[in-house]
Design a protein around this ligand. Structure first.
Ligand SMILES: COc1ccc(-c2cccc3nc(Nc4ccc(N5CCN(C)CC5)cc4)nn23)cc1
Length: 299
């Protein structure tokens, strides 16, 4: 079967995978830039390689699930799966993906603030909606939608780029209750996720609202969601941040509108932050409303 595997273009050989640099560190793994160079003449293609760091049995199982999910996704707005590389002898493997040279939206926005107007920001919002609409149609809940997990193909094209926390909805339920909390990014989470660990396509919509906020603040650290929430919540016991945040949200308080953000866009964010999941727009609604805003801003 070794010969068969060598014919399979989705099986990469570790000996041809040349390490270049670290692209980022995720929840339990890291993503590296490598060149897959079987000819050994540096003409091979650049790839993004996700690997587990200190892998426990659970982490390997979660990583296998993540790889299976990514392999099953086919959308222009989701990073492309290329294959896997079995590490020689070791229990784990590496996930090979297409490499997007412009990095994450979180780094790209502040660096390109002066050349990105509202029409570009709404184009990114529209593309993320399309990716999330597709993801939801496959019964996946992302659980970690944020500008750090959106990758930039070009100034006109972004893709959802990390599925480390993605879960598959069970057949009989439209929501998922997670047991392990992990270091979840609480300032992107919906109230029901914070208080009851309930995740759904509606909680992904809440996170999309926070991502809209990140887009229109150009992901500047000075007014990032964590910075702003902590400023508005005021001094509190560090162990009680989640409770203080739930209290803050339950009182109907929300992130303020970003500077020079169109009123219509802030209204869209607020609709994503409805307390009741059922009152939040769907990604289909959002795709249509973002496209209407794009037209109104260009005409
Ligand atoms: C959580 O961290 C990551 C890091 C990379 C990826 C990933 C997955 C699948 C494809 C892919 N392409 C790129 N490109 C990329 C390019 C540049 C950078 N730099 C990060 C460090 N900066 C100082 C320079 C740009 C990061 C990622 N990253 N990337 C996903 C999550």
């Amino acid at each position: 079967d070794h010969a068969w595997e060598l014919q399979d273009p989705t099986v990469y050989e570790e000996r041809h995978l040349k390490y270049i640099s670290v692209l980022g560190k995720g929840n339990f793994g890291s993503v590296e830039l490598c060149r897959y160079d079987p000819l050994g003449d540096n003409t091979g293609e650049l790839v993004a390689v996700k690997k587990l760091q200190h892998h426990t049995v659970e982490h390997v199982r979660d990583f296998q699930r993540e790889s299976r999910i990514l392999r099953s996704l086919h959308s222009d707005f989701i990073v492309k799966y290329k294959g896997i590389c079995y590490s020689a002898g070791r229990r784990s493997f590496q996930l090979i993906m297409e490499y997007l040279p412009n990095g994450s939206l979180r780094e790209y926005l502040p660096k390109n603030q002066n050349v990105l107007g509202p029409c570009h920001l709404l184009l990114y919002a529209s593309q993320i909606c399309k990716g999330m609409l597709y993801l939801g149609s496959q019964r996946y809940v992302h659980r970690d939608l944020a500008s750090r997990n959106v990758l930039v193909e070009s100034r006109e094209h972004v893709k959802i780029g990390d599925f480390g926390l993605t879960k598959i909805l069970p057949q009989d339920k439209e929501y998922y209750v997670v047991r392990e909390k992990g270091e979840s990014p609480i300032f992107w989470h919906a109230p029901e996720s914070l208080s009851d660990s309930i995740y759904s396509r509606e909680s992904d919509v809440w996170s999309f609202g926070v991502l809209l906020y990140e887009l229109f603040t150009y992901s500047q650290r000075s007014c990032s969601p964590p910075t702003e929430y902590l400023r508005m919540m005021g001094p509190h016991n560090a162990q009680q941040t989640v409770c203080s945040l739930v209290e803050f949200l339950r009182a109907g308080k929300r992130l303020c509108t970003p500077a020079s953000c169109p009123t219509e866009v802030y209204k869209l964010m607020l609709s994503c932050w409805s307390s009741l999941p059922s009152e939040r727009p769907s990604f289909k609604d959002l795709e249509l409303q973002v496209e209407q805003l794009q037209e109104s801003l260009t005409n």
